[in-house]
Design a protein around this ligand. Sequence first.
Ligand code: AMP
Ligand code: MG
Length: 428
Amino acid sequence: MSSDLPQYEQAAALVAAYASQLGRMRPSTVRVELASASGRVLARHLSADQDQPPFARSTRDGFACRAGEISTHAPLPIAGATHAGEAPPGPLPPNAVWEIMTGAPVPAGADAVVMIEHVEKFGGQVRLLPPRTLSPGDNVVAQGAQARKGDELLPAGSVLGPAQIALAATCGCADVDVFVRPCVAILTTGDELVPVEYVPAPGQIRNSNAPMLAALVAAAGGEPWVVPTAADNASALDAALAQAAEADLLVISGGVSAGKFDLVEPALARAGARFHFTGVRIQPGKPLVFGELPRHAADSRRPGDPNGEASLQPFFGLPGNPVSSAVTFLLFAAPMLAALAGSREPGPHFALAQLAKDTDRHGKPGLTRFLPAWCNFNPPPGQPPQVATVSWQGSGDLAAFARSNCFVVVPQEASRIEAGAIVRILMI
Ligand code: AMP
Ligand code: MG
């Protein structure tokens, strides 16, 4: 193993620095309907168009009142009733209560809501059951308690999930400005590959990386563009690289190892590539290549590029074994893609879990290992998530990969991790 290869952390830091540089270039924006905005990246900050909540709101079914008056336990007359959707009522007369439903505006003059379960009601009057008392503010969310009109609620670069979409809806955004998804060219290479719908002849295999990488690209906020597979020869690779030049990011699979037909690196070099690293001390994925290609003048179409930075196309050459491709994509290409997408949350996403059984590194020391594993994220109460590696036949084992939902990270120096240890997992 060449000792000059970067360690995982060094390679990750290099990619992160490059990505944050790219992240300063604002992608172009597009307006989409809120209903189809899930997973998109907000291009403009979201601000509150009114106070939230817009009126003092009851959180319970019960009676709006003054906490001091109701806490005397004297019977108080019911002066009126309001349910959700009605305009703010009132004012509440002195020494009286107002019947109110969850979500309804609290009448002016009231400072609390007593729950219906906590009173006795007789002949148009209610009485708080002793010894219970009420404090001002109980069961009421004051107007503007969550946000004030004009407050910034989400910064640009936020990824829109269910909560953010609900917030945008509350602010009256029927549509939102989001960044255009970066186009990611997916170039698979290999003489042995046939399209999914073919029955492979002896020695051939179906191209599983193209759809897998397309799924990974989409999940990371990119627009996958699967270009035709290139055969293992110089002219096919040169033509494919030229064809993919328009993409914002280029992801190549296969052909980056040290074999006789691993011709991707030379092809990238012919196209003028600058390599940032050509290998990382990880397993699987050691042959990973990261660099950038110059674009020809006619290809520099990215808007907002005063420094000519967009005339460079970042690329990753991923090893072809499916699990290697997936791991290296998640660790390195996904964060780059998130930055290109304008996201403030680039990843990769790690978590901690407890190892359910002893785990051997099963591989060379000196490399950070990523072992396919299944993590139970719904453990018994009080226990951390439980993770166990799946048995696998190496980085071509798609069946094992498909039984996993994460990778256990085995640090470079560790040879065995005991059951019960808390380990880092890489989320898929
Ligand atoms: P390579 O990185 O080109 O040396 O390929 C390593 C292994 O991954 C070989 O067994 C290839 O057949 C396999 N492989 C390469 N590309 C793909 C692909 N697109 N889909 C599935 N397997 C692949
Ligand atoms: Mg190959």
